[in-house]
Write a protein that binds this ligand. Sequence first.
Ligand SMILES: NC(=O)C1=CN([C@@H]2O[C@H](COP(=O)(O)OP(=O)(O)OC[C@H]3O[C@@H](n4cnc5c(N)ncnc54)[C@H](OP(=O)(O)O)[C@@H]3O)[C@@H](O)[C@H]2O)C=CC1
Ligand SMILES: Nc1nc(=O)c2c([nH]1)NC[C@@H]1CN(c3ccc(C(=O)N[C@@H](CCC(=O)O)C(=O)O)cc3)C=[N+]21
Ligand SMILES: [Mg+2]
Length: 297
Amino acid sequence: MSATIIDGKAFAADIRSRVAEQVAALKTDHGITPGLAVVLVGSDAASEVYVRSKGRMTVEVGMESFEHRLPEETSEADLLALIAQLNADPAVHGILVQLPLPGHMNSDAVINAIDPTKDVDGFHISNVGLLGTGQKAMVPCTPLGCLMMLREHLGDMSGKEAIVIGRSNIVGKPMAHLLLGESCTVSIAHSRTKDIADVVRRADIVVAAVGRPKMIKGDWIKPGATVIDVGINRVEAEGGKTRLVGDVDFDAAREVAGAITPVPGGVGPMTIACLLANTLTAACRANGLPEPEGLTV
Ligand SMILES: NC(=O)C1=CN([C@@H]2O[C@H](COP(=O)(O)OP(=O)(O)OC[C@H]3O[C@@H](n4cnc5c(N)ncnc54)[C@H](OP(=O)(O)O)[C@@H]3O)[C@@H](O)[C@H]2O)C=CC1
Ligand SMILES: Nc1nc(=O)c2c([nH]1)NC[C@@H]1CN(c3ccc(C(=O)N[C@@H](CCC(=O)O)C(=O)O)cc3)C=[N+]21
Ligand SMILES: [Mg+2]
């Protein structure tokens, strides 16, 4: 039996159209246009692609997009000065500083300089603390998108065994918190995990966020499990071209899983849709308005 393919691209388009509707209502009813500032330091080719598509989709849903491209050699002090300016700008409701930052910067210091109410990535320590204690937070976009797909596909997840592979601050750890919030029994695997195949074989829910092409093999997947593939890996393809593959061996896993997200067209588009949803939420909160429904956890 072949798995259901979870169509992140279509789901994301649906979220963006709901965001667009509510943005239009904010404008007509309150004269507010949500604004998202994206800061890119240096010129990483992959980051350029994401920043361009974020900017395009921000405008498509009726929000204002502010892009700040700074040279690689920008000092941390200059970046902090830009963040202070964006924090103080009432037209900016969301701030995203594209990671990774150049090596000479202290990423923690930079992220923690963002006004937590404008931290649409949910990376500021106060948002991490709120999420970790089950309080209302700005939830990181990639884990939020994964959770939305899981809820849509599975409904109630309580008591299910979930494995998150990867423990980064931007994906693995917040994903594990969200799954705990759904009352899953959560394990987190990482590079020091012994016998990872064995741990994965017990799981009803597998979230792979490793950054290693096709590392998760088909015969590691429990029959019927739901597999969310966060990995974005660019690999060589025929004719000197490149293509994107996930962390899961998709062709093998789809023969065993109950449902699986593809790469591309799975988690990636959901991440951007959730970024726009978070920006709308931030704009509502900043103006003391009720939060949009169905777009937060
Ligand atoms: N679709 C989307 O929207 C997004 C996709 N991504 C993609 O998701 C992937 C993960 O991103 P990110 O979390 O930032 O990555 P990081 O590199 O920050 O973290 C990778 C994690 O995987 C673990 N790991 C590495 N090798 C192994 C291994 N052989 N076995 C088990 N665990 C291993 C690491 O363990 P340890 O901690 O021990 O080093 C680490 O915890 C990447 O492909 C990235 O491009 C990221 C963000 C958004
Ligand atoms: N502060 C910060 N926040 C982030 O959320 C953040 C970041 N830094 N740094 C980099 C990672 C990566 N990331 C992706 C977003 C969308 C796609 C995406 O839309 N992917 C498409 C394909 C895009 C393509 O073709 O290259 C897909 O999977 O279908 C991928 C990856 C966000 N990240
Ligand atoms: Mg990382």
